[in-house]
Design a protein around this ligand. Structure first.
Ligand SMILES: [Zn+2]
Length: 82
């Protein structure tokens, strides 16, 4: 039995068991939510973890580029070509 959890930054791969200054991003089909680190948010199924502001911003920037959800249906483009 262990209460120690490790989290991995999705951008740089840093692993920590003490994510005091990390951020949680929850990304849904319609919204992206940035949260200060808390255990409940971090353990949510869709939660993503980032070691700091800079790497959270990397993900946000990608999300603006619509890479959050690969299966997201098209709204304005008929082409399915990548
Ligand atoms: Zn990082």
């Amino acid at each position: 039995m262990t209460s120690l959890q490790e989290f991995r930054c999705e951008v740089c791969g840093t692993v920590t068991s003490n994510p005091a200054h990390w951020f949680v991003i929850q990304c849904g089909d319609w919204e992206l939510t940035v949260l200060k680190w808390n255990a409940e948010a971090a353990n949510a199924p869709e939660a993503r973890h980032y070691c700091g502001e800079a790497h959270a911003q990397v993900y946000i920037s990608r999300w603006f580029g619509s890479v959050c959800s690969p299966s997201k249906p098209d709204f304005t483009r008929a082409s399915s070509a990548q």
